[in-house]
Design a protein around this ligand. Structure first.
Ligand code: MLT
Length: 309
């Protein structure tokens, strides 16, 4: 009877609101991607998806909360390359294991990384930026979203390539960090494209390079790091949905199907593409592909971080 009850409960899923934890501040890249895809997923699932911003410790506070939530499908998280890969190498006492304590649901978006500065940064291109940062690094403020976040990790890589030690200024997300960059209170940061496109287009900040092999179609004037003379800097992040370990397969599959449908929807695609996201093709979607990605990313980032700490 108990088994029948549990199975029936799963086939009824979802019967009430679902909470999607965003482990960074509202208005930042994780929040934006979460809101775009969850809005469509909610329509497919027939229930509201509430976004809860649980900030702190480079996203690991929210990820830890999600790992310990009830595994009934009513709490999920929009994690990313930081919370679910890079954090492993940066926190000796991380309260969760990204590849063990979650059921992967699916990749939501790829987000190339840009090297961004305040508007009046005294450089006209990446070469001048590099020279200026090397000459003045200990006086420059580099904004990031907490140890282990994407902005922190990808600027750690930049600092290591340039052999510099800027003043690292932490925020609860790159939403607030972007406000500080626009306001000129910080000098530069490494951030995900979805957070930067509106500001670059408005001319309130500057983008010196994108860390991917190709330029972005939404920022055709921003050179790749290879074109701009820093080919060693290759950086791209991703956002993905996870459920706590032990969430029934039928439930994660329903969530994965809803995410898949969202990523096929023309309006969702337009919103993500207009912000420079890379929308995963069918072969990169779903639980299995995400499980493989997480293991691969932990293996990729751990030696890079350990060598550069
Ligand atoms: C955010 O949403 O604020 C970001 O994903 C932060 C980051 O990891 O850099």
């Amino acid at each position: 009877v108990a088994t029948f009850g549990a199975a029936q409960a799963q086939s009824d899923y979802p019967k009430r609101n679902i909470t999607m934890i965003v482990p960074f501040a509202a208005g930042g890249p994780t929040d934006v991607v979460a809101r775009i895809v969850s809005d469509h997923m909610a329509r497919t699932l027939g229930q509201t998806i509430l976004i809860e911003n649980v900030v702190g410790a480079g996203g690991t506070t929210g990820a830890g909360r999600a790992a310990r939530a009830s595994n009934d499908g009513y709490t999920v998280i929009m994690g990313h390359m930081g919370t679910h890969a890079a954090a492993v190498a940066l926190y000796a006492n991380l309260s969760y294991k990204p590849d063990v304590d979650f059921e992967p649901v699916g990749l939501a978006a790829g987000t190339p990384i840009l090297i961004l500065t305040k508007k009046d940064f005294p450089a006209k291109d990446l070469k001048e930026f590099v020279a200026y940062v090397k000459a003045n690094n200990t006086k420059l403020n580099m904004a990031h979203a907490g140890v282990g976040s994407v902005s922190h990790t990808t600027c750690l890589l930049l600092s290591s390539i340039l052999q510099v030690k800027p003043i690292a200024v932490p925020f609860n997300g790159t939403g607030p960090a972007m406000n500080a960059l626009v306001g000129g209170q910080v000098d530069y940061m490494c951030d995900q494209i979805v957070n930067a496109v509106p500001q670059i287009q408005a001319g309130t900040i500057r983008a010196f390079a994108i860390g991917t092999p190709e330029r972005s179609p939404v920022l055709p004037d921003v050179p790749t790091t290879t074109e701009a003379g820093l080919p060693q800097y290759q950086a791209s992040a991703w956002n993905a949905v996870f459920a706590p370990k032990g969430t029934p397969k039928e439930v994660t599959q329903k969530l994965a199907d809803a995410l898949d449908k969202a990523l096929d929807d023309p309006a969702v695609r337009k919103r993500l593409l207009d912000l420079g996201s890379d929308i995963p093709g069918k072969d990169r979607r779903g639980p299995q592909a995400l499980g493989t990605l997480v293991k691969g990313e932990i293996d990729k980032w751990t030696p890079i971080i350990k060598a550069n700490m």
